[in-house]
Design a protein around this ligand. Structure first.
Ligand code: UD1
Ligand code: PEP
Length: 434
């Protein structure tokens, strides 16, 4: 397991280019299984989760060709479904969350799909019931092998159906849509997730010949077609990385320009940082963060303490709450961070408290942060990255801290941020990978 050694306290200045979105990449790569024609995808982040998914695809017999950095050709003309029964597949699929999304397309095209308990962040219970109830509605039979933690689906034919999802699951909606595009008849999905990742997936499917309406809403209608063709698709900038960079600039009191952010796809994210008092200026499609020596958290109109909480899109993504939390530690004022979706994502605050932050962990879902207004800078320390987003939050804390820090288990950060130390060192950070 690699470690980052971080020398904190250096001001950063310059421009950062966000990578392509991890969660969109995982969805659209899975969608390439739906056609026997070439699909070209641009702006793929070359991060460990995505590279691991590509390894699974190669095992399945999919041609995966790197045309140039971030641009890949996929051809699923011949797929060896028996690969799903190998031990290697079980190991690979269990290492990332995104692997769960091969089920829908494989079921649609080959009548079967298997998946072991998917991996991803260990941030609390992560049920996948919604995926399977949706696929069952389309006519699939479902089996769960509780002893080996294997989920499997089978269907000789899928038929469109109406369904009201029990929760707006992001990967669940993706799986169901990918199955429905090749089902016979119309599928209506109510309470669908509509994060930009899902919107982008649907747009790519439409360019492959699928018929989907309601894209961007929580009511999707999919009229099944008999086959899909190839297409070219470009992945959006990673909104979580954009948010992480806003947090980094504020916390280190730096001036950073974040280029080509895809502003219209960021939803409530920039405004939520502004509510912490951070000046986030829009210049064309760039965001500029500056003058962050002091930033003051807003209160509600009645004077009470503000809450920053997550919600399904267009609410605030849960994947940025760790960054909001760390940024609040140097603000003026107090805020309640309420992570509603996941129950084990806030425990990393212990490390921030060791560094001198004033945080009360109220319960596994809620933490109150009392901002220090830079009257005391954080102190460098030794820490471990428990998950991808706590990892980046700890890296931001270490970069703002006085003295040296060591962050272990940075493989977690590598899951979602490409060459992060190289990119941050280019604008003045001092991070060494050992
Ligand atoms: C690979 C990928 O794309 N991962 C993302 C995806 O995970 P994933 O698709 O696994 O997450 P889900 O959307 O299924 O659910 C996330 C969590 O929120 C809960 N939940 C969800 C919807 C809802 O209306 N109410 C509710 O409580 C679920 O029970 C679960 O605990 O979406 C999550 C929620 O944005 C993100 O954190 C993950 O980064
Ligand atoms: C929770 C996340 O990822 P995953 O769903 O892949 O574990 C994340 O990206 O913050």
């Amino acid at each position: 397991m690699a470690t980052f050694l971080v020398e904190g306290g250096n001001p950063l200045k310059g421009t950062l280019n966000p990578q392509g979105a991890k969660n969109e990449a995982l969805e659209v790569i899975c969608a390439t299984l739906l056609t026997n024609e070439d699909v070209i995808i641009e702006n793929i982040p070359e991060i460990s989760d995505v590279l691991q998914l590509m390894e699974i695809f190669k095992g399945l017999g999919v041609e995966v060709e790197r045309l140039r950095k971030g641009v890949y050709r996929f051809n699923a003309g011949s797929v060896d479904v028996d690969y799903l029964k190998t031990e290697l597949y079980a190991k690979q699929a269990a290492s990332l969350r995104g692997s769960v999304m091969i089920i829908g397309p494989l079921l649609a095209r080959f009548g079967q799909g298997f998946i072991p308990q998917p991996g991803g962040d260990k941030i609390g219970r992560r049920r996948i019931d919604t995926h399977f109830t949706g696929l069952q509605k389309l006519g699939a039979s479902f089996l769960f092998d509780a002893q080996n933690h294997w989920y499997s689906v089978k269907a000789s034919k899928l038929r469109g159906a109406y369904m009201l999802l029990d929760e707006a699951s992001v990967t669940g909606t993706a799986n169901i849509v990918m199955a429905a595009v090749l089902a016979e008849g119309v599928t209506t999905i109510y309470n669908a997730a509509c994060e930009p990742y899902v919107q982008q997936l649907c747009k790519m499917l439409v360019s492959m010949g699928a018929r989907i309406s309601g894209i961007g809403s929580n009511l999707l209608s999919v009229e099944g077609v008999s086959s899909l063709k190839g297409c070219s698709h470009r992945i959006l900038p990673d909104m979580i990385e954009v948010g992480s960079f806003i947090g980094l600039a504020a916390m280190t009191a730096s001036e950073i320009t974040i280029k080509d952010v895809g502003i219209e796809h960021l939803g409530i994210i920039p405004e939520s940082f502004r509510r912490l008092g951070i000046k986030v200026e829009q210049q064309a499609d760039d965001l500029v963060v500056k003058d962050t020596e002091h930033y003051e958290i807003e209160n509600y109109i009645d004077g009470s303490i503000m809450t920053i909480s997550d919600a399904p899109w267009p609410g605030l993504t849960p994947d940025l709450l760790s960054v909001f939390l760390v940024v609040a530690t140097q603000a003026k004022g107090s805020v309640l961070i309420h992570q509603k979706m996941f129950e084990s994502r806030l425990f990393f605050v212990d490390k921030l408290i060791d560094m001198g932050a004033q945080i009360i962990l109220c319960d596994p879902h809620r933490a109150t942060v009392i901002g220090l207004n830079r009257e005391h800078v954080l102190r460098g320390t030794k820490m471990t990255s428990p998950d991808i987003r706590a990892g980046i939050a700890l890296l931001i804390a270490a970069l703002s801290a006085k003295g040296k820090s060591a962050i272990d288990n940075i493989d977690q950060i590598d899951r979602g941020y490409e060459n992060i130390e190289t990119r941050l060192n280019q604008i003045g950070a001092k991070i060494t990978r050992i």
